[in-house]
Design a protein around this ligand. Sequence first.
Ligand SMILES: Nc1ncnc2c1ncn2[C@@H]1O[C@H](COP(=O)(O)OP(=O)(O)O)[C@@H](O)[C@H]1O
Ligand SMILES: [Mg+2]
Length: 450
Amino acid sequence: MSSSKGNLENYLIPLEEINLATKNFSLERFIGGGGFGKVYVGTLSERWQNCTAAIKRRAPDSYQGEDEFRNELHMILKFKHENIISFIGYCDEADEMIIVYEYATNGSLDHHLQYANKMCDITWTQRLKICLGAAKGLDYLHSGLGEHTRVIHRDFKSANILLDENLVAKICDFGLSKWGPKNQPITHLNTKVAGTQFYLDPAYHESHILRKESDVYSFGVVLFEMLSGMLVYSERSLGNKAAFLMTLVRQSDEKKVHELVDPHIRHQISSPSFFIIKEVAYQCISLNLKERPSMAIVIGKIEHALDIQGLPGSDVLTITDMCVGDFLILHPSKLKFPLELKKHSLCSLHLTNKTDQFIAFKIQTTTPLECNVRPNNGIILPRSVCNITVIKRAVKEAPPGMMCKSKFKVKAVVAPNGATTNNITNRMFDKEENKVVEEFTLRAIYIHVS
Ligand SMILES: Nc1ncnc2c1ncn2[C@@H]1O[C@H](COP(=O)(O)OP(=O)(O)O)[C@@H](O)[C@H]1O
Ligand SMILES: [Mg+2]
């Protein structure tokens, strides 16, 4: 590697110092563990600015040993990135193998995912920011270490994503990571398969060829964990089946997958942001390596989802009441006219274009004399929302059962890039061979005004 923070020896911490900080590795200081050993929290002395540190000590019975220890040390010494946990020092006195890091106050993400009452406090926007941070950390490993170096994490999972006091994600645990040259025509390594079962790329498992796409796969699994608010190795029921998360993810068709979303955040997620994340997550876990995006692309998608999520008014477009098609998502799935006798009644319909193409739409109603749809046609830009207002003529008395006989037919079709409303013709929506015209029929009801 080209850049270096200096000699490893400068980072030596005496065992005595560590014993003091962890109260001789007492149980009360224990904060976590993994394949390497146990991790303790402790405050170091003045020489280390009294900082609070996480102290990872190899367990004598660990299957990981000197190799993983040295590997992690040599890696972490070189890394400098906001989304990679900072290295403080190490100790190899006596038979000890200890690594000391900056302490991440909010612990690892898996601890949150494990308990619904912890995870429900993390909003959709915060989850997106955590994913963004983790994606930036991975991108740094894959392509931010200079011209010639690329690191593959190899054990990316929610247990190896730490959260600091501001919920900023910090990737940790580089014991299994591999570094190698970046600009070789075939950037892969032939290795003994390592990693954690549920996050492990099946393609790597089968071929033993390690590529950075394997980290992308694991990242996709974490995205699904964040969407569903559950750990990949816990079971969940969908309909009448209970299964592991990734089985459900692979079995769910596009119209069903939103049922996997964590009920605690359903009302917060704007549907365009949901569809962007869902799509990129599916691309990450694709069994076809070529379909997996680079981490740089993933970052762009998450940023886009965050931008959309932040738009004023977008919180109305939650995924609880919608129709999903190939091009459009309609909110709500049934029009609801507030009933005020002898007054016009008004309701909104939101059309979200979930594709990367320009989409033309038109809306017709079965009762054109009673309903005015504005606009009743138009172009929706990629990944954008079009708000429609439907005005219904006044009625003198409440209809039986609050039923409304108006129906609305929404048609959608891909339009040429750059198309405007002026380019819309009725013929565009005619069904022809090899052309997809999407069609929805929306019903309507009256609702009492509170
Ligand atoms: N810097 C840290 N701050 C807070 N918790 C940490 C820190 N480092 C590790 N942990 C906790 O300890 C666990 C194990 O640490 P990790 O570095 O992943 O070791 P292992 O190689 O044994 O998996 C993490 O999942 C996390 O819960
Ligand atoms: Mg770990």
